[in-house]
Design a protein around this ligand. Structure first.
Ligand code: MSP
Length: 521
């Protein structure tokens, strides 16, 4: 029987610089979602990659004194390494300089042309190379230094005059508004959806989709004086990676398109929620189901920028705090969709309070009591008390709550729900005090430990997509097995209880406390 599919994408990253926390964050959110969907039994396709054409990359290559292709080969590698080093579970990595991509983009252009949505003209207006975006004059401002900048991004704009092909974006206004209206969850969160709607309502101008003043791009079919506008090129990666224009049954495009979720940062929502669906409508191809725009991180209250020298290096975070701890913090600290501030203090507090104390200690206490007092075996429980039934029922119900939050990418709420269960479990274990029962009623102690082991197993399954490595260790302890088709854990046996008699190894702590270097010794 074929499983339902779930296709999720990260933006493809510009290769003008090395990866930073922003890149790691967008991909992390996708990774968590992809892992969760796999646990739910979906056949997940998770795509990431690099955006390698355009003026910005050409300029970066020139500056480095290297040919663009050699330059992108090198920088793209660091993004591939980031994805591997962060343990992302992507199924494919696309580069826009690959042949499969160029072929697919040219095919899409041809479809747009055949549909009569492309015409030749000339562009005259403002362009920000850093954003690779065209701006209306009223979206720009002249600053004290006498230069003109895009208001939204703060990037410098320049006046561009060149022959260009245009896409009839203005013709899609009504259909776009109808899309946002009829599918309220097409753009999440809702606040961002409203911004897009008012932008479209204010009137769309046709979009310049080719450039002639540089050559690092995909040639326009039949007119190679032009290279395609890099956003048309880049957006199309979501289908070229699936083999488009091949739409044969049994092929990846046929299987996975339309995408279930394009995850993007708020800065690039306009491209994904306006241009991309308009291109697809023009080409008569199905539209993705959702675009989610997440917020931006600041560093200790300051905007992150190269010039301020406060760029957060994901490798440094992982080295200092651990991979799963970093993943937990980034997904828990900020309501997903909002901007967030990275502060070392907040990171360390969460690491110690939520992970080391509330969850880690709980698991360690219970498992070592079982190991020491029950002959290293999962005990056989006696009759369950009302308190036992209650905590088991809460742990069971948590799966639905978490799944509902995940469905809307409310990662912080999903974790909040799991940690609500962690607190409840801590209260239960303190109330039941198995360490006292050990002397007064050893049989009852076994029941309490058994109930706790089951609650911990469920907590750990629910936390797995967020912290795959540490939870894997705990789940192995608890005798959980991986499923064949995805080689990972699943929720299908969530309601079941652990078999009494299961042998367990001597447990070791999974979530260390953070100790500041000067406190050590
Ligand atoms: N190449 C385009 C995307 C094309 S998709 C068809 C691009 N690339 S990017 O490398 O500049 O940015 C990728 C992602 O990083 C965006 O989603 C952006 O929001 C995210 N971030 C960059 N800085 C960020 C923070 N400070 N905080 C959170 N995310 C940020 O745009």
């Amino acid at each position: 029987m074929s499983r339902p599919t779930y296709y999720i994408t990260t933006p493809i990253y510009y290769v003008n610089d090395k990866p930073h926390i922003g890149h790691a964050y967008t991909s992390l959110a996708c990774d968590v979602m992809a892992r969760f969907k796999r646990m739910q039994g979906f056949d997940v396709h998770f795509l990431t990659g690099t955006d390698e054409h355009g003026q910005k990359i050409e300029q970066a290559a020139n500056k480095a004194g290297i040919e663009p292709q050699a330059f992108t080969d090198e920088v793209s590698q660091s993004f591939r390494a980031l994805a591997d080093d962060m343990g992302y579970s992507h199924n494919d990595f696309i580069r826009t300089t690959e042949e499969r991509h160029k072929k697919g983009v040219q095919a899409l252009w041809q479809r747009l042309a055949d549909a009569g949505t492309i015409y030749e003209g000339g562009y005259e207006g403002w362009y920000a190379v850093s954003d690779e975006a065209f701006y209306n004059e009223d979206e720009t401002e002249v600053r004290e230094d006498g230069k003109r900048y895009a208001v939204a991004s703060g990037k410098e704009v320049e006046w561009v005059v060149e022959p260009s092909y245009f896409f009839k974006l203005s013709a899609f206004e009504d259909r776009l508004l109808e899309l946002y209206e009829s599918q309220p969850d097409f753009i999440l969160p809702a606040s961002r959806r409203n911004e897009v709607i008012s932008f479209v309502k204010s009137g769309l101008r046709d979009l310049s989709i080719s450039r002639t003043t540089f050559s690092w791009g995909i040639p326009v079919p039949g007119d190679d004086k032009h290279v395609m506008y890099v956003w048309l090129d880049a957006l199309t990666n979501y289908i070229t990676a699936l083999g488009f224009p091949n739409q044969d049954e049994g092929g990846a495009y046929n299987r996975y398109w339309p995408a279930d979720l394009h995850m993007v940062g708020k800065d690039i929502l306009r491209f994904h929620a306006i241009y991309w669906p308009a291109f697809l409508m023009a080409a008569d191809l199905p539209l993705p189901k959702r675009v989610f725009a997440h917020g931006w991180w600041t560093n200790e209250g300051q905007k992150i920028s190269k010039s301020l020298g406060n760029v957060i290096d994901p490798y440094a975070l992982v080295e200092k705090y651990g991979l799963d701890q970093t993943r937990y913090f980034l997904m828990r600290e900020v309501p997903f969709g909002n901007d967030g501030d990275f502060s070392a203090k907040a990171m360390e507090t969460r690491m110690n309070a939520d992970l080391a104390n509330a969850y880690g200690n709980l698991a360690q206490r219970v498992l070592s009591m079982i190991f020491k007092n029950c002959d290293g075996q999962m005990p056989t429980p006696g009759a369950l008390s009302a308190a036992d039934e209650t905590i088991l029922a809460s742990s069971l119900a948590c799966l639905q709550t978490v799944s509902d939050h995940m469905e809307r990418q409310a990662f912080h709420r999903a974790l909040e729900a799991v940690w609500g269960l962690v607190s409840e479990a801590n209260v239960y274990v303190d109330d039941q005090a198995p360490w006292t029962l050990k002397k007064t009623d050893p049989e009852r102690m076994k029941t309490v430990l058994y109930v706790m082991a089951n609650v911990i197993r469920r907590i750990t399954l629910l936390a797995h997509a967020f912290m795959p490595t540490s939870t894997d260790k705990l789940l192995t302890f608890l005798g959980e097995t991986k499923r064949e088709e995805s080689q990972g854990y699943g929720f299908d046996g969530f309601a079941e209880l652990i078999a009494p008699g299961l042998a367990i190894d001597k447990p070791s702590g999974v979530f260390p406390r953070y100790v500041a270097p000067q406190e050590e010794a």
